[in-house]
Each structure stands twice: as structure tokens, then as C-alpha cells.
Design a protein around this ligand. Structure first.
Ligand SMILES: *Cc1c(COP(=O)(O)O)cnc(C)c1O
Length: 399
């Protein structure tokens, strides 16, 4: 049993996008080729975390990132074996999942540092973590200008091993904003400060731990932490912020963050389609839908499509967006309802059962997520993440 409205996810296109990014990094890296952290948070931007993560792993991804411990546990339950980094704050989370599911936490607040240290002690384990530095986003992370005060205690935590240092850009997708460059410089200063600080703290701690823990974990704490900062926009924009790894999300799904452009031949991996379930003739001067916001000037034909705001289609699409029917653009009219929308198909020869493309191509035309986002004043991320759980995801792969 399957509803007419379906999201098709092309896993081959996903793998190809991943490899295009990897190849571009190898080609353009100044010194060493950075690795990738494949971002699959929020159910892989609505595409389905389990299937997307396994396909990325198949394409060679060795480190995935998610938003919280619960998402990480779901990835493990799906059989993901690659390392998994958790981005979110952990101070009020149930931390058992970090150990049960072998997840790598981000420590971005003193509260998280205490909580993870206490949990690791309880489990009698050492745990590797990524340290987040706030260089200007003013969200999570230790402030870049206060590290000598805030970090020594964390760096001396006996059960915590610093694996990587990272930051996040607030304006990577705003080419005019000077903050991007400022954040880069602050982050580079922070890196050298942390390396000074950890030489002090790490030295002491390693001595203490030599006797208590296995040789293996003592060795892992000796290697110096690696560095990452770039989301999709930063990756496209400035190879100076590639460092040791980059963290693309949106690009993997085949979408370039607006307003940026890219020469990478990425493919959007999701198409959203449906079928006409009814066709209605409307006389001149009659209105359509809640609030009768659309009034036909001439006799009109309206197609009813079984997808609405409960499926994540925004109300603001009415009067602004279109769907593709018989290779033509049919404007969305009236109102987007909970379970349905109406499209003006006047002049087209349509019947119930005809294919409707909401996102994707039909004939020579295509409606992409960037266009849809621009029509309603949002970002592609929001459109993708909101595609509802009622819509079945069908995974396609040739291999
Ligand atoms: C979501 C996220 C990313 C990926 O962002 P895109 O713009 O989708 O590439 C990278 N880093 C962090 C910390 C994130 O939260």
C-alpha cells in the first residue's frame, strides 16, 4: 500500500555527489587533502538518515555527523559503523548513548564538559571529543576570547581525549559579510592558544593516566587534534577554511546554498511527486479553496493534488508556487490545505491519475528546492526538513 505522494531518493546520485566533493577537495587542496564529515542530522535533511548514512558509508564516508545522541543511536541501530560526531549541546542529555553507541560528543560548554567527564568516569572509559569554539556565531561553543580561563579544566579532564577542534560560520553564505573572515582569523588564533594550553594540561594528564589506562588510549591522546570549520557554503567559498576536514550537508543532497553558485555537477537527490486525484471545472467569478483567495476570471480547470501542509508544503506556496503537470507549470491556487492543494490546469488535457511533480523535473522543465524556497522567502534547508513523515520515501539505486 502506498499513497500517491512519494519522495524518491536517488542513492546513486547521493554517492556521486559525495565523490564529486571528495574529488574537488583533492584537486584544489593547497597542502593536504581534507577529509569529509558527512552531515546527516535531522533525518538527513528529510531524506531518511538510515538509508542516506549507509549509502554514504558505502561511498567511503568514515565520519558522519548528527544533531543529538538520539539521532546517533538511530544511525547505529541502522547498522552504521563509521564514526559519528554529535553536534549538539549535551548538558541536559542522557549520556549513556555516547558509550552504548560509540558516539563522539562535541563539548561546547563547561556543563557538557562536566557531564561527559562524569559519565566517562562512571563507565571507566576514555572518550574522544571534539571541542567547539565560538568565534562569532554566539550560539554554542567556548568563546574564542576567553579560552585561557575556560579550557584548562576541560583539557585536564582525566577521561576526555581531545580529538578535534572546530568552529561554525555564521555568514558563510553571505559573500559581503566581513564576519566570515574575522571568524577564520579568530579560529586560527584559538587553535594556537589551545595547542599551548594542551601542552601544559595534556602533559600532566598523560603522566597520571599512563598507569591507569591501556597503552592504546594513552597513545591516542598523544596525537595532536585535527581541525574543521567549513559547512557547504564555506567549503565552496574559501579553501583556507578546509583545514583537516570539511562538513558539507546541503551539497551532499545536491543543492548549492543560495546565493552561491558552484561548477560541481551535483544532482538533487530527492524528487517529490504525486498524482491528480480529481479535476474540477470552475465557472468565471467562482472562487477556489479556503478563503476563496483565487477567483477564476475565465472558466478554469482545477486539479486536486493529495499533498498539503501536513506533508510540509508551505501555505505561502498558494499564489506563488507551481507544480509540473503534463510538462507544464500549473500555478498553485486558492490555499494549500492540510492534505491537498489545488493547481490551475486550465487549457491542459488532464485526468485523475496524471503525474504531478512538486519538486523535480518533468519534460523540459524543473522545479527545484532553491526556486521553491525563494518563492516563499525561506531557505532550501527548511523545505527539505519539513517534508512530512506521512510522505513515503522510496529509495532508488541501480547497484
Ligand atoms: C548543519 C551543519 C553543517 C552542515 O551545513 P550545510 O550548510 O548543510 O553544509 C556543518 N556544521 C555544523 C556544525 C552544522 O550544524
Amino acid at each position: 500500500m502506498i499513497r500517491p505522494t512519494v519522495a524518491r531518493i536517488d542513492l546513486d546520485a547521493l554517492k556521486s555527489n559525495y565523490r564529486l566533493i571528495v574529488d574537488a577537495l583533492a584537486e584544489d587542496a593547497a597542502v593536504r587533502t581534507p577529509g569529509v564529515i558527512a552531515v546527516v542530522k535531522a533525518n538527513a535533511y528529510g531524506h531518511g538518515a538510515a538509508q542516506v548514512a549507509l549509502a554514504l558509508e558505502d561511498a567511503g564516508a568514515d565520519l558522519l555527523a548528527c544533531a543529538d545522541i538520539e539521532e546517533g543511536a538511530a544511525l547505529r541501530a541502522a547498522g552504521v559503523r563509521a564514526d559519528i560526531l554529535v553536534f549538539g549541546a549535551l548538558s541536559v542529555s542522557d549520556l549513556d548513548g555516547l558509550f552504548d553507541c560509540r558516539l563522539t560528543p562535541t563539548i561546547s560548554t563547561p556543563g557538557a564538559a562536566h557531564a561527559v567527564q562524569a559519565a566517562a568516569e562512571k563507565y571507566k572509559q576514555r572518550i574522544r571529543y571534539h571541542l567547539k569554539i565560538d568565534t562569532g556565531m554566539n550560539r554554542l561553543g567556548f568563546r574564542f576570547d576567553n579560552l585561557r580561563r575556560t579550557l584548562p579544566e576541560l583539557l585536564a579532564s582525566p577521561n576526555l581525549d581531545l580529538e578535534a577542534i572546530y568552529t561554525h560560520f555564521a555568514t558563510a553564505d553571505e559573500p559581503e559579510s566581513p564576519l566570515f573572515n574575522e571568524q577564520r582569523l579568530r579560529f586560527e588564533t584559538a587553535q594556537s592558544e589551545i595547542s599551548d594550553l594542551s601542552r601544559g594540561a595534556g602533559g600532566d594528564r598523560r603522566e597520571n593516566n599512563r598507569s591507569a589506562v591501556s597503552a592504546d588510549s594513552a597513545v591516542s591522546s598523544l596525537s595532536s587534534p585535527y581541525v574543521h570549520a567549513a559547512n557547504s557554503a564555506a567549503l565552496l567559498r574559501d579553501s583556507r577554511v578546509w583545514y583537516d576536514r570539511v562538513r558539507p550537508g546541503l551539497l551532499l543532497y545536491g543543492i548549492v546554498p543560495p546565493p552561491l553558485a558552484s561548477t560541481l555537477p551535483l544532482t538533487p537527490i530527492m524528487t517529490l511527486g504525486s498524482r491528480i486525484v480529481a479535476v474540477k471545472g470552475v465557472r468565471a467569478d467562482e472562487g477556489v479553496g479556503y478563503g476563496v483567495r483565487f477567483t477564476a476570471e475565465q472558466p478554469a480547470t482545477i486539479a486536486i493534488v493529495p499533498a498539503g501542509y501536513a506533508d510540509g508544503l508551505d501555505l505561502r506556496l498558494a499564489g506563488r508556487g507551481s507544480v509540473l503537470i503534463r510538462g507544464r507549470r500549473a500555478p498553485i491556487v486558492g490555499s494549500v490545505c492540510m492534505d491537498m492543494l489545488m493547481a490551475d490546469v486550465t487549457g491542459l488535457d488532464v485526468s485523475p491519475g496524471d503525474e504531478v511533480v512538486i519538486i523535480g523535473s518533468q519534460g523540459a522543465d524543473r522545479i527545484d528546492v532553491r526556486e521553491m524556497a525563494a518563492q516563499i522567502g525561506t531557505i532550501p534547508y527548511e523545505i527539505l526538513c519539513r517534508i512530512g513523515s506521512r510522505i513515503e520515501r522510496v529509495y532508488e539505486t541501480a547497484t
